[in-house]
Design a protein around this ligand. Structure first.
Ligand SMILES: *[C@@H]1O[C@H](CO)[C@@H](O)[C@H](O)[C@H]1NC(C)=O
Ligand SMILES: *[C@@H]1O[C@H](CO)[C@@H](O)[C@H](O)[C@H]1NC(C)=O
Ligand SMILES: *[C@@H]1O[C@H](CO)[C@@H](O)[C@H](O)[C@H]1NC(C)=O
Ligand SMILES: *[C@@H]1O[C@H](CO)[C@@H](O)[C@H](O)[C@H]1NC(C)=O
Ligand SMILES: *[C@@H]1O[C@H](CO)[C@@H](O)[C@H](O)[C@H]1NC(C)=O
Ligand SMILES: *[C@@H]1O[C@H](CO)[C@@H](O)[C@H](O)[C@H]1NC(C)=O
Ligand SMILES: *[C@@H]1O[C@H](CO)[C@@H](O)[C@H](O)[C@H]1NC(C)=O
Ligand SMILES: *[C@@H]1O[C@H](CO)[C@@H](O)[C@H](O)[C@H]1NC(C)=O
Ligand SMILES: *[C@@H]1O[C@H](CO)[C@@H](O)[C@H](O)[C@H]1NC(C)=O
Length: 490
């Protein structure tokens, strides 16, 4: 075996000497190849025939070589492949493909930039490796409104030229970053705009230079942990209806692999102190744990809901349960939130009870907080005339209508010509004799009147019953607005 090896190499040497004497070494190609740190690059030994042996060097230091040896064993000829390792810095991160003889350098570093040569027979192919390193602040993990910074560094054996850098966001739209620093051609620092949850995805950094010709895309991931709800939304509900408030977190969609915590707070007014309703945490594996924090406030945490949803159910919403429900999440002492403002509407009458003929009654419709300028309240009588319509003035929280006719009255909350919610109030007409009572009472006190007054008390009880019946009717007609604010697609 030893002797055989010597024979092969000495024969090779003779062959080489012959070649060197007869033909000049092939013109050196100096191809440019681009690599990105952390990734792998394949260096092509262009033109190498399939069965040739090859030696790869970096800056004249051996990386790896690949040779074959033919062994004669008994009667058959065996081919043995011999891979040798050199002492170049990337040797342990490299491999030679047995078929193509390409050199693959894994987990590139900036210092891997430089001239690589591939030698076979008398040929030398030389490749200049230009390495880029792209880093993103906070390892690409952001919360909404944070501003990422990108740092692009390059290294090459060539003199460095100005780079033209173009950034594309996850929707492939060009974004215009602010250049913070580009004094040296080695390092470029770019400051992006404030992020939104929808900016999550794969971004592209396109690097261009004319000489040497570089036209390369480097992609990087941006993850913005947040809500799929808007920052602030308004929900309308009628009193006593069931309200479900939900917030959708995007951690599953963006493949966020870190743990974080959060809580849901309620406060009646902007200035009021916040009241914690529940807190939650999400593990790195995406499991959610929720803990109810308030016993004073009547609400439920619905059981069956997607892992990415934070939800509370207010079974019979009170007028005083209106206010701001803020869901907050915390990651590395940084915070994001989304608020739902719950506006509750109720209707009442003064005085309550059936309406005697000729008498008047005030119907009141009110909301728990001022409406935006595109919304108003409206009283109308079903099958009434346009005279029976009363609109609230801008920013008013209630509208009153003085009525003298019985019937079914509806109060609507209208936003941009859309009826968001409605409540009805049926006004019954009092029996004719009650009108006499009213008249009689105003004329003066007679015994008869006293007797009638007793009757009045009795019938008052039946009014009460009717009133309750009317209220039940009203409730039945309520448009329960139970549509959730967002649907998480699982
Ligand atoms: C490398 O060589 C192969 C053929 O051997 C060719 O198909 C491929 O495009 C080359 N790659 C580069 C980056 O030059
Ligand atoms: C650039 O590469 C050279 C080798 O080609 C190395 O000596 C130098 O340290 C590298 N520069 C950086 C910033 O890594
Ligand atoms: C630095 O950036 C400015 C614009 O932000 C550009 O006009 C200038 O050419 C850049 N200089 C280098 C060396 O890239
Ligand atoms: C930089 O590249 C962009 C897009 O590729 C192009 O519109 C712009 O003209 C280039 N600028 C320079 C100075 O080459
Ligand atoms: C780089 O990415 C941009 C945006 O996706 C694309 O328009 C362009 O063609 C890509 N260029 C190269 C060289 O891949
Ligand atoms: C998450 O919440 C559960 C239940 O409240 C609790 O047992 C656990 O310790 C919490 N984990 C973290 C990391 O906060
Ligand atoms: C809201 O009002 C109801 C009565 O209408 C009362 O029982 C309840 O305690 C109030 N809740 C809060 C949070 O003030
Ligand atoms: C309104 O009018 C329709 C048809 O004229 C009638 O069916 C309905 O009962 C009326 N509703 C009320 C509340 O008067
Ligand atoms: C309704 O009537 C009351 C007293 O009867 C009166 O004070 C009020 O101004 C009236 N409101 C409207 C809107 O007419």
């Amino acid at each position: 075996m030893e002797s055989c090896g010597t024979v092969v190499s000495s024969m090779l040497a003779v062959f080489l000497v012959l070649h060197l004497g007869l033909i000049p070494i092939m013109a050196q190609q100096n191809e440019l190849q681009i690599g990105v740190t952390g990734q792998a690059v394949i260096l092509n030994c262009t033109g190498i025939p399939h069965d040739k042996q090859v030696t790869w060097k970096y800056d004249k230091v051996l990386i790896r070589s690949f040779t074959t040896m033919h062994l004669k064993e008994t009667s058959s000829l065996l081919t043995k492949l011999i891979f040798s390792k050199g002492k170049a810095t990337m040797t342990d991160r490299s491999e030679i493909s047995p078929n193509s003889k390409h050199l693959k350098v894994l987990d590139l570093r900036l210092s891997d930039a430089g001239i690589y040569t591939c030698e076979y027979d008398s040929h030398t192919v030389s490749i200049s490796l230009h390495v880029f390193k792209l880093t993103i602040s906070l390892s690409g993990h952001f919360l909404p409104n944070e501003v990422p910074e990108l740092t692009l560094t390059q290294n090459s054996s060539h003199p460095l030229r100005d780079l033209n850098i173009t950034l594309f966001n996850s929707n492939n739209n060009i974004v215009r970053p602010k250049h913070l620093e580009n004094k040296t051609r080695q390092k470029y620092i770019l400051k992006l705009k404030q992020l939104e949850a929808t900016d999550s995805g794969t971004w592209t950094c396109h690097v261009h230079s004319d000489s040497p010709l570089i036209n390369h895309n480097i992609s990087f991931d941006v993850k913005v942990l947040g809500f799929r709800n808007p920052d602030l939304e308004r929900r309308y509900a009628t009193v006593d209806s069931t309200v479900i408030l939900s917030w959708c977190l995007n951690f599953q969609n963006i493949n966020w692999k870190e743990g974080f915590t959060g809580q849901l707070n309620w406060k009646q007014q902007e200035s009021a102190t916040a009241h914690e309703l529940l807190d939650f945490n999400i593990t790195a594996r995406g499991e959610k744990h929720e803990t109810k924090k308030s016993s004073r406030f009547r609400f439920e945490i619905p059981e069956s809901k997607p892992e990415s949803t934070i939800e509370v159910k207010l079974p019979k919403v009170h007028f005083n349960h209106s206010g701001q429900y803020q869901c907050q999440l915390a990651y590395n002492k940084r915070y994001a939130h989304s608020t739902i403002e719950l506006v509750v509407m109720k209707v009442s009458a003064n005085p309550v009870g059936p309406l005697p003929r000729g008498a008047k009654m005030t119907l009141i419709c009110q909301v728990s907080s001022p409406l935006p300028s595109n919304a108003h309240l409206l009283w109308e009588r079903v099958n009434g005339t346009h005279m029976d319509i009363k609109k609230s003035k801008q920013h008013e929280v209630k509208v009153e209508v003085n009525i003298s006719a019985a019937g079914l009255w509806n109060c609507h909350l209208i936003e941009d010509n859309d009826r968001k919610i409605s409540l009805s109030y049926p006004v019954e007409e009092a029996p004719v004799w009650i009108s006499y009572v009213v008249t009689g009472a105003s004329i003066g006190g007679s015994v008869l009147v006293f007797g009638l007054a007793c009757l009045c008390i009795i019938s008052g009880i039946s009014w009460q019953r009717r009133r309750q019946r009317a209220k039940r009717m009203a409730r039945a007609r309520q448009h329960l607005l139970e549509n959730k604010t967002c649907q998480c697609q699982q």
